[in-house]
Design a protein around this ligand. Structure first.
Ligand code: NAP
Length: 219
């Protein structure tokens, strides 16, 4: 697939390098064209099949877009690429964190069932209503995106969204990396996935280290 990645840091760099190595055509959207390939995190030169471009160009040429910037940058990033997102799957890997690894309080509000936290993914969907947002690649560390295989088997990659075709793209790209993809339901479930990410972070940085991940078992 032609994949545009906005945010070429730990997550975007890792995902894009792996997908390119697997044969996908990856364009990393970077802020400063003069930085070239050095703007993409990761070891070694960019794999064949990948390149860098300004964000709007990376999205315009893509069949699917991955959003992997810090949460604070999301509104400005989306404003810059919105016209090219119409109808495209937008895979949201962000976690809406503020200082101290807390969920952005701006996402907390009231609804008929009492206080709830609106997910970053739903906020993103409201900012780009014509994109087909799927929450995915947010519940584990970037190291696990490089290698999701553990002794007991592959880690689970949960995804949530409202558009079946966009979810199928997310599922296929997660499976390509070696994850066990699991449909977590509609986009309203993204809130749970963002809180699951917070659990991963609190365990990893609370002493267990980054070589941990979630696996859903079935019987
Ligand atoms: N780190 C993890 O293990 C992990 C796991 C799951 C999810 N996440 C989430 O994924 C997102 C990215 O995390 P990360 O660890 O990859 O962050 P990171 O390493 O700091 O990378 C962030 C990337 O976003 C780029 N960026 C920032 N503002 C931008 C803009 N306005 N336009 C285009 N690019 C912009 C940065 O570019 P510059 O180099 O130009 O600043 C950088 O390449 C966050 O929302 C995080 O919560 C992280």
């Amino acid at each position: 697939m032609r994949i545009g990645i906005i945010g070429a840091g730990s997550v975007g760099g890792t995902l894009g390098r792996r997908w390119a190595a697997l044969g996908h055509q990856v364009t990393f959207g970077i802020r400063h064209a003069s930085e070239g390939a050095s703007a993409v995190k990761g070891d070694g030169p960019l794999p064949a099949g990948s390149s860098v471009a300004l964000p709007l160009e990376a999205v315009t040429n893509a069949e699917v877009v991955v959003l992997a910037t810090p949460w604070a940058a999301v509104p400005a990033v989306l404003e810059g690429i919105a016209p090219a997102l119409d109808g495209k799957p937008l895979l949201d890997a962000t976690n809406p964190l503020v200082a101290g690894f807390a969920i952005d309080p701006a996402l907390t509000g009231d609804d008929e069932r009492g206080r709830r936290t609106i997910s970053a993914a739903e906020r993103i969907q409201s900012l780009v209503p014509r994109a087909r947002v799927v929450k995915v690649f947010n519940t584990t560390g970037f190291d696990n995106m490089r290698d999701p295989i553990y002794p007991a088997g592959p880690l689970t990659m949960f995804y949530a969204g409202d558009d079946p075709a966009a979810k199928a793209v997310a599922r296929a790209l997660a499976a390509d990396l070696g994850f066990d993809p699991v449909d977590a339901g509609p986009l309203s479930r993204a809130r749970e996935l963002e809180h699951l990410a917070l659990l991963w972070i609190s365990l990893a940085f609370g002493g267990m280290g980054r070589d941990i991940g979630f696996r859903l078992e079935r019987r």
